[in-house]
Design a protein around this ligand. Structure first.
Ligand code: C2G
Length: 157
């Protein structure tokens, strides 16, 4: 039986369990797993800024058991070339991309897998932002106001 080569792409910023679950499932689907990691320049073009640099995101993904090769993702239209170049049998993305890459079915199988619910790099970034000093100061001030209000009502009662 010839080897099955699987290909996927992603930013993989603030690597989390959703990313890990996906890569482990992809590794089980084939014999060789290739992962295209979006470069910082490509992400800038998508209006996205990663917390973790491309070099570090690629190193983290490359260290995941089951990942055989990491390639840089520099453009939207490189997928066709990558599929031909690496003789890909199966192209897979999370289902937040459902239908977006059906045109690649001319070249290989295309699959969309259910995402892991409840975790995303965007959510983690929002939580981190809420912890920045300015937000903390605002929260403290709001709590201060609440505290004074409560003691005022206690005095009234
Ligand atoms: N993912 C998942 N579960 C989550 C979060 C992400 O299964 N809770 C999957 C996504 O569906 C995607 C992969 O993990 O298939 C990487 O997700 P992102 O890092 O958010 O990548 P994205 O910005 O979607 O980049 O050309 C395609 C792009 O590179 C995709």
């Amino acid at each position: 039986m010839p080897d099955t080569t699987v290909l996927t792409y992603g930013t993989f910023d603030l690597f989390h369990i959703g990313h890990l679950n996906l890569l482990q499932r992809l590794s089980d689907l084939g014999d060789r797993l290739i992962v295209g990691v979006s470069t910082d320049e490509f992400n800038a073009g998508k209006g996205k800024t990663s917390v973790v640099s491309y070099e570090d995101r690629a190193a983290i993904v490359g260290a995941i058991k089951g990942v055989d090769l990491v390639i840089p993702e520099n453009s939207w239209d490189q997928k066709e070339r990558d599929i031909r170049e690496h003789d890909v049998d199966l192209f897979v993305m999370g289902d937040d991309w459902t239908g977006r890459f059906d045109d690649l079915r001319e070249l290989c199988q295309v699959l969309y897998l259910p995402r892991t619910e409840g975790v995303s790099s965007t959510n983690i970034k929002q939580m981190l932002r809420a912890l920045d000093p300015q937000h903390l100061a605002e929260m403290q001030e709001a709590l201060g106001v609440m505290g004074r209000l409560l003691s005022h009502y206690q005095d009234l009662s």
